[in-house]
Ligand binder design. Structure first.
Ligand code: FAD
Length: 422
């Protein structure tokens, strides 16, 4: 009953850890030759942190990030529009974590090979296509050294990211990821944390935006922490853009002048941007939701299933939740096509909704409203947007994305303690 997993990113490793926990044999095939700590900061909502705790990774999380204490949005003048506590400070039973994606990835990889052995992740193997067979599924693989092989299993899962080969085979006419004109520049800088010391902040409007949060505790001697930042500009969508590549290095001149126009006296945006050793550029792309992401004994998860704009702090978290829901479906139905259908029925509707919400009415869209109503200048935010409207907007997104506080705390474990398949 082996589960074949295409891709050893956050989604694929979370599924490997889950399969190991519930006693299901699995094999991960990852295209890169060596797993390395790539990317910059990401956020894990309490719903995803809870799953990592249930995977026995609770003690490792403090070594790779910080518990996010609060989140606030500010107009382009630095004036506070909205602020809310996060994680346990908001009443969740689990914290929200701000972490380095690469550190999270390496932590999950090390945990997986410690538990299931080095051979459970085959690196350098690209999945070229899948096949539904009489007894399950097969993956056709090609190694970087040119070797090819066909691996047989009970089911196969495409966890191969936004450029998923498995999804392309299921949806041959889907085309390239969709770009609507926004570009992100990302980096980390050693600097003093702002506000509470574990604050996530968003400053600007829908055309020009700066997001920042620490992803390490401050060094007790220097007071410096690793501060993650993201600069975002809206460009002409009809103009060209560099194809998405998480590791593309960028030029500060392309965005620093515009970002320097943001006026917030409690954070030094130009210094944060200029202080980064490396800056990465990424066009904000997503993919249209699809009606089905399962073909017989083959399914999709993570970005392969539902790549969304990274605006709601839940991309990596939803990949982890997919893995846990797929594990729960294996427990309920066995490792077979019925489990894949049950998993899809549970996860496709809410994740499709998030893809669409992130395009226009994500949590940050309130800054566009403030810009439209007062140009970002106000004495009292209540004169611009009533508090009730702000509260309703924040709650609506959390509920749609599946991380409402009460619902999260009341939900039973996704994978019951000690549960095993068969
Ligand atoms: C190098 C890298 C850096 C990133 N940095 C950031 C970041 O800074 N901020 C952010 O918000 N998000 C980042 N992401 C995306 C983020 O990890 C995902 O949006 C989210 O975690 C969902 O994870 P995923 O496992 O579905 O996709 P990913 O994390 O993208 O993982 C997909 C994996 O599949 C592998 N793969 C692709 N094609 C094949 C194939 N044909 N056969 C076998 N393996 C294949 C890839 O090498 C990759 O390891 C990054 C992704 C990558 C790959």
């Amino acid at each position: 009953m082996t589960v074949l997993i295409a891709g050893g990113g956050i989604a694929g490793l979370a599924l490997g850890l889950t399969c190991h926990q519930i006693g299901v044999p699995f094999k991960v095939f990852e295209a890169v030759r060596e797993i390395k700590p790539l990317g910059v900061g990401i956020n894990l909502q309490p719903t995803a942190v809870r799953e990592l705790f249930d995977l026995g990774l609770e003690d490792r999380l403090p070594t790779i990030g910080v518990k996010t204490r609060d989140y606030s949005m500010h107009s382009k003048k630095g004036l506070q529009v909205w602020s809310e506590p996060r994680g346990m400070w908001a009443g969740y039973n689990w914290p929200q974590y701000s972490v380095h994606r690469g550190a999270l990835h390496m932590m999950m990889y090390h945990a997986l090979i410690e538990r299931a052995g080095q051979d459970c992740v085959g690196t350098g193997w690209s999945v070229e296509r899948f096949e539904n067979t009489a007894n399950g599924a097969a993956l056709h693989l090609k190694h970087r050294d040119g070797t090819t092989k066909i691996e047989q299993g009970a089911v196969a899962v495409g966890a191969d990211g936004i450029h998923s080969t498995i999804r392309q085979q299921m949806q041959p006419d889907q085309g390239e990821p969709r770009w609507a004109g926004h570009v992100l520049w990302r980096g980390t800088t050693q600097a003093k944390p702002f506000k509470s010391g574990a604050s996530m902040v968003m400053i600007g409007n829908t055309d020009l935006r700066f997001v920042s949060y620490p992803i390490s505790e401050a060094d007790p001697e220097t007071g410096l922490a690793t501060i993650n930042w993201i600069s975002e500009l809206k460009l002409n969508p009809d103009g060209g853009f560099n194809k998405e590549d998480w590791s593309r290095e960028a030029d500060l001149d392309d965005f620093l002048p515009q970002l320097s126009t943001l006026e917030a006296d409690w954070i030094d945006i130009p210094a944060l941007i200029s202080g980064a050793e490396t800056v990465y550029e990424y066009p904000m792309v997503d993919r249209d939701p699809i009606d089905s992401w399962t073909d017989g004994n083959v399914t999709l998860m993570g970005d392969a299933a539902h790549a969304a704009y990274p605006v709601g702090s839940n991309g990596a978290g939803s990949a982890i939740i997919d893995a846990r829901q797929l594990g729960a479906a294996f427990l309920a139905h066995g490792v077979n096509a019925n489990a894949l259908q049950a998993y899809e029925a549970k996860m496709l509707p809410p994740t499709s909704k998030v893809v669409l919400m992130n395009r226009g009415s994500g949590p940050d869209s309130i800054l566009g409203t403030v810009e439209d109503r007062c140009g970002g200048v106000f004495e009292d935010i209540e004169d611009v947007i009533p508090k009730a409207e702000l509260v309703a907007h924040a709650e609506k997104y959390k509920a749609a994305a599946g991380f409402g506080i009460e619902a999260t705390n009341a939900a039973p474990r996704t994978i019951p303690k000690g549960a095993r398949v068969g």
